[in-house]
Design a protein around this ligand. Structure first.
Ligand code: MGD
Ligand code: MGD
Ligand code: MO
Length: 823
C-alpha cells in the first residue's frame, strides 16, 4: 500500500483521530486573521454549553446544528432560516446509533465458504460472517477483476441509482464510478426512477428534460397568475425533502399563493395537503386516466373557440395532427368530455368546467411526476404541454406549464451563486459498455442477451455477473419485489455498500459498512433550485463501529487493484475540500461575488455562505426568451419549436408512443377487466416524513405508522364493504405479492383508490423466500415491473391493481429494522 493514498483514511479513521484534530486546530488558529469578513459569510451566533460543541451539518431533510456532548451526537437543532424544519431533524442523531447500522464488513456464509455463485438462493436468509476490512478489500478486488477478465466489463453493473446522502465530495456513487472506470469499465444506468418517462419525451418535444428546470419566479406567479392547476402535484409534501440541503423557502410562497386567494384546482385521486392548504377545488379522477381528461379539455377548448391559434402557428408544430385526433378524424373516436368521463369517472360537466377555468385568465399548470411513473407515462406530460400551448401562455409571465413546482423549491428565485463542483466519476474507458435504462434491472437479470427498444435505439441486456450498489436501495425502489428476488439469484456476486441493514444489504453477498454524512467533513449547496447557500458539513462524531467513508472503502479496493495512488490522487479529505472550494471561489470571483476563502469559510463550525438574489431572477419567466424571439432563442427540438407532433418519435414506429400525445389504456387500471378481481388501484406516492426508505428506521416512524406498520389509506366506502376500521392490520395483495399494513380510513381519497407510500422497508415473513409476505408495508411487493413504453422504458410504479382484506389470526412482529443475527 502506498502511503500517500491513505491520507483521507487517516483524517477520519477512528484510530487516527489525531490527524483530524490537527486539521481542525490548524484551521481554527488561522481563523482569527481570516475573520475580517466576507459580505457573503453568515455567522450563526451560537453559545454551546460547556463541554459541548455545535457544528453545522445537513441532510435531504434540512440543515441542522449538531450538538456533541462527550463525543456523542446528542441533539440536532434546525437551521434558523429553515422555513419549516422537518420532523426528521430532531431524530437525526438516532441514525448514527441505530440498531440497523452495519457495524462491520460482512460476507454471506455460503459465499465465503464456497465462493461466488454458491447457493445464491440463500441470499436474504441472514447468515453472515464478519471479516476484516483487509479481507473485504481483497475479496471485492478479486471479484471485480475476475468478472471483468472472464466476462468483460459489461457483466459488472455499477449503475447504482439512488438518493445517497448530501455532500459534494463524499459522493458514494461518483466514487464507485471512479473506481469502476479506472478498473476497465462497467455497465452504467441511464435515466432515473423519478422522471423516467417525462425526461425522455420532453427532450423530444421541448428540447430539454423540463423536469429539473428552474421554474418561473413565484413572484411572477403571485403577480400574474389567475388559475393554478395542480395536476398530480403535491408540493406541500414533496418539498419537504431535497436533493441538496433544503431551506423550504417554497413553503413561504405557497402560503402567499393561498393568502392571495388564487383560483386553485387539484386534479388528483387524493385530497392532498397542497389542495387543502391552497383551498383548491378537488377533482378526483381514476388514476391513469389523465390523458383522456386532457384530450377532452382540448376538445372543449376547440369547441368553445378558446384556442390561441396565433401562438400555435408561431411557436409549435403539429397541432393539426393532434386536433384531427381529438376530433376523432383519425380514429373515429371524438374525445368529448362524455367520452373522457367514462374513462376518468369525472362528470363531463366537471371536465367542461375545468376547461372553462383554464381558459379564463392566466393559467399555470403545475404537473407532478407520479402520473408519468405509470404505464404510457409520456402521454399525460406531452398532453399537458399541448394544452398549455393551446392556451397560448407558455413564456408569458404567470402562464404556461411547469414540471418542477413540487421539487427542490423550484420557483424560488435563483441566487447569483458559485457552485462547489462534486467529486468526478472519472473518465470512462474507451470500451465502456452502453448504459442500461435504470428501471430495467430485473428484466436484464432475467433475460440476458435479449434486445429491447429504447428511445429509437436497440439495447441488448448483458449478462450481469456482479452487482455493486451504493447510495441506493434497489430492494426498496425497484418494482415487483418477488420477480426481482428471483432475478437477484442470478448474479454470481452482489456487493452492497450502505449505512444500514436494508433489505438490499440483507440480500447481498458482501456487505460494506459506510459512514453517515455526520461522520465526515463535506460541503453542499443549499436551498434547492435557488442555490441560495453553500453550507459546510462539519464532521459531528467519529465513524461508528468499523464503518468507513465510502471513498476510503474504494481507496482500499483501489490499493488492492494496483491503482491506489491514482484513485484519490494521494490527496486527503482536507486537500479535496480545499480544491473543490477553490473552484467555487474562482467562479465567484468571475461573478464579482465576495466570498470568504476556505479557511474563513471552514473555521467557524456554524458559518455558511449566503448568496444574493438578483432582480433579474425575481422577474424570471420560464421560456420567456423563446416567446420573445423564437428564431434567436429556439428550443432544442428539430424544428426549434414546441413539437405537439414529433416526427422523430413518430418515425420510431412504436405502438405505445406515437407521433402526438395519445390516450392508450394502461396495462391495468380501474377501467380494465382485471379490476373485477383486484378492484382497488394502489398509488404509492412519496412519503412525507421520509426520503424514500431513509429514516424509516428511526423513531419519526412513530408519527405515521398504524399498528406499527406503514399506513394504507382507504376510502370509507371501500373500508366498510370489507369490514375494515382505522387501526386494523390489513393484507394488501394481488397476484404479484402481499404485504401487511395498518389501515387508515379516510374521506381524503376517491373510492377505488388506496395509498401506500413508497419506501417502507421490505420485511419478508420468511427471510430469503421468494413470494413471502411482507410484514411491514412495502409497496413494491405489489407493483408491476414493466417499461412505460418502448420510448422511455421507465418505471410504472403507479399502475397497480390490488385488493385488501382484514388480517385474520396472528399479527407477526415487524423485524425489518433489526440487523441479521450476530451482525
Ligand atoms: N412504488 C414506488 N416505487 C418507487 C417510487 C414510487 O413513487 N413508487 N419512486 C421511485 C423514485 S422517484 C425514486 S427516486 C426511487 C428512490 O430509491 P432510492 O434512492 O434507492 O431510495 P433511498 O431509500 O433513498 O435509498 C438510498 C440508500 O442509500 C443509502 N445511503 C445514504 N447515504 C449513503 C452514503 O453516504 N453512502 C452509502 N454507501 N449509502 C448511503 C441509504 O441508507 C439507502 O439505503 O424509488 C423509486 N421507487
Ligand atoms: N417528503 C418527500 N419529498 C420528496 C420525496 C420523498 O421521498 N419524500 N422524494 C423526492 C423525489 S425522488 C421525487 S421523484 C419527487 C416525487 O414527486 P411526485 O412524483 O410528484 O410525487 P408523488 O408523491 O409520487 O405524487 C404526487 C401526487 O400525484 C398523485 N397521483 C398519482 N397518480 C396519479 C394519477 O394517475 N393522476 C393524477 N391526477 N394524480 C396522480 C398522487 O396522489 C400524489 O398526490 O418527490 C421528491 N420529494
Ligand atoms: Mo425520485
Amino acid at each position: 500500500m502506498s502511503t500517500q493514498n491513505n491520507t483521507i483514511t487517516e483524517n477520519t479513521s477512528p484510530t487516527k483521530g489525531m490527524t483530524r484534530r490537527r486539521f481542525l486546530s490548524t484551521l481554527l488558529s488561522t481563523s482569527a486573521i481570516a475573520f475580517m469578513g466576507s459580505p457573503l459569510l453568515m455567522k450563526v451566533a451560537h453559545a454551546a454549553a460547556a463541554g459541548t460543541k455545535e457544528v453545522l451539518n445537513g441532510a435531504h431533510w434540512g440543515l441542522f446544528r449538531a450538538v456533541v456532548k462527550d463525543g456523542r451526537f446528542v441533539e440536532a437543532k434546525p437551521f434558523e432560516h429553515d422555513i419549516r424544519p422537518t420532523s426528521n431533524i430532531a431524530n437525526t442523531p438516532e441514525l448514527v446509533y441505530s440498531q440497523s447500522r452495519i457495524k462491520y464488513p460482512m460476507v454471506r456464509r455460503g459465499f465465503l465458504e464456497n465462493g461466488p455463485q454458491a447457493n445464491t438462493e440463500e441470499r436474504g436468509k441472514g447468515e453472515f460472517v464478519r471479516v476484516t476490512w483487509d479481507q473485504a478489500f481483497e475479496l471485492v478486488a478479486k471479484e471485480l477483476n475476475r468478472v471483468r477478465d472472464t466476462f468483460g466489463p459489461a457483466a459488472i453493473y455499477g449503475g447504482s441509482p439512488g438518493w445517497k446522502s448530501v455532500g459534494r465530495f463524499h459522493n458514494c456513487r461518483a466514487g464507485l464510478y471512479r473506481l469502476l472506470n479506472m478498473n476497465g469499465g462497467y455497465t452504467k444506468g441511464v435515466g432515473d426512477y423519478s422522471t423516467g418517462a417525462a425526461q425522455v419525451i420532453m427532450t423530444h418535444i421541448m428540447g430539454n428534460p423540463e423536469v429539473y428546470a428552474q421554474m418561473s419566479s413565484y413572484e411572477t406567479v403571485l403577480e400574474h397568475t389567475n388559475n393554478i392547476i395542480l395536476w398530480g402535484c403535491n408540493p406541500q409534501e414533496t418539498l419537504n425533502m431535497g436533493w441538496v440541503i433544503p431551506d423550504h423557502k417554497g413553503f413561504t410562497y405557497l402560503d402567499q399563493l393561498r393568502d392571495a386567494g388564487k383560483n386553485v384546482i387539484s386534479i388528483d385521486p387524493l385530497m392532498t395537503e397542497s389542495a387543502k392548504h391552497l383551498n383548491a377545488k378537488w377533482y378526483a379522477p381514476r388514476p391513469g386516466s389523465d390523458t383522456a381528461t386532457m384530450m377532452a379539455i382540448a376538445h372543449e377548448l376547440i369547441k368553445t373557440e378558446k384556442v390561441d391559434e396565433d401562438f400555435l402557428s408561431e411557436f409549435t408544430v403539429g397541432y393539426e395532427e393532434l386536433k384531427a385526433y381529438v376530433l376523432g378524424e383519425t380514429d373515429g373516436i371524438e374525445k368529448t368530455p362524455e367520452w373522457a368521463s367514462k374513462l376518468s369517472e369525472l362528470p363531463a360537466s366537471d371536465i367542461r368546467d375545468i376547461a372553462a377555468q383554464m381558459a379564463n385568465g392566466t393559467t399555470m399548470i403545475m404537473g407532478g411526476w407520479s402520473m408519468q411513473r405509470a404505464d404510457h407515462g409520456e402521454q399525460p406530460h406531452w398532453m399537458m404541454v399541448t394544452l398549455a400551448a393551446m392556451l397560448g401562455q407558455i413564456g408569458k409571465p404567470g402562464g404556461g406549464f411547469g414540471y418542477s413546482w413540487h421539487y427542490e423549491c423550484a420557483g424560488v428565485p435563483s441566487a447569483n451563486n458559485a457552485i462547489v463542483p462534486g467529486l468526478s466519476g472519472g473518465k470512462a474507458p474507451e470500451n465502456m459498455p452502453p448504459a442500461m435504462p435504470v428501471a430495467r434491472i430485473t428484466d436484464a437479470l432475467l433475460n440476458p442477451g435479449e434486445t429491447i427498444d429504447h428511445n429509437g435505439r436497440k439495447y441488448t441486456y448483458p449478462e450481469f455477473k456482479l452487482i455493486y450498489w451504493t447510495g441506493g436501495n434497489p430492494l426498496s425502489h425497484q418494482q415487483d419485489r418477488n420477480r426481482m428476488l428471483k432475478a437477484w439469484q442470478r448474479p454470481e456476486t452482489i456487493i452492497i455498500q450502505d449505512i444500514f441493514w436494508t433489505a438490499s444489504a440483507k440480500f447481498a453477498d458482501i456487505v460494506l459498512p459506510a459512514t453517515t454524512a455526520f461522520e465526515r467533513n463535506d460541503m453542499e449547496m443549499g436551498g434547492g433550485a435557488s442555490g441560495k447557500y453553500l453550507f459546510p458539513m462539519h464532521q459531528v462524531v467519529e465513524p461508528q463501529f468499523e464503518s468507513k467513508n465510502d471513498l476510503d472503502i474504494y481507496q482500499g479496493i483501489a490499493d488492492k487493484l494496483g491503482f491506489g495512488d491514482k484513485y484519490l490522487e494521494g490527496k486527503s479529505e482536507e486537500d479535496w475540500l480545499r480544491e473543490l472550494y477553490s473552484k467555487a471561489l474562482a467562479q465567484g470571483k468571475a461573478k464579482n461575488l465576495e466570498m470568504p476563502d476556505f479557511d474563513e469559510f471552514w473555521s467557524n463550525p456554524t458559518s455558511y455562505v449566503e448568496f444574493p438574489t438578483t432582480d433579474e431572477a425575481i422577474q424570471y419567466t420560464r421560456h420567456g426568451e423563446f416567446r420573445e424571439d423564437p428564431l434567436l432563442e429556439p428550443l432544442g427540438t428539430p424544428s426549434g419549436l414546441i413539437e405537439i407532433y414529433s416526427k422523430t418519435v413518430a418515425d420510431m414506429g412504436y405502438d405505445d408512443c406515437k407521433g402526438h400525445a395519445t390516450w392508450i389504456e394502461p396495462a391495468e387500471w380501474l377501467g380494465s377487466e382485471k379490476a373485477k378481481q383486484y378492484p382497488l388501484h394502489m398509488l404509492s406516492p412519496h412519503p412525507v416524513e421520509r426520503i424514500h426508505s431513509q429514516t424509516n428506521n428511526i423513531s419519526t416512524r412513530d408519527n405515521y405508522t398504524i399498528a406499527g406498520r406503514e399506513p394504507v389509506w382507504i376510502s370509507e366506502e371501500d373500508a366498510s364493504s370489507r369490514g375494515i376500521k382505522t387501526g386494523d392490520v390489513v393484507r394488501v395483495f394481488n397476484e404479484r405479492g402481499e404485504t401487511l399494513a395498518g389501515a387508515y380510513v379516510t374521506g381524503d381519497l376517491r373510492k377505488g383508490v388506496i395509498r401506500l407510500r413508497e419506501g417502507g422497508w421490505y420485511d419478508p415473513e420468511v427471510p430469503g423466500k421468494v413470494g413471502s409476505r411482507c410484514k411491514y408495508g412495502h409497496a413494491n411487493v405489489l407493483t408491476i415491473d414493466k417499461g412505460a413504453s418502448k420510448l422511455s422504458q421507465a418505471t410504472i410504479a403507479n399502475t397497480c391493481l390490488v385488493d385488501i382484506a382484514k388480517l385474520e389470526g396472528d399479527v407477526p412482529k415487524v423485524t425489518a429494522f433489526d440487523a441479521p443475527k450476530g451482525a
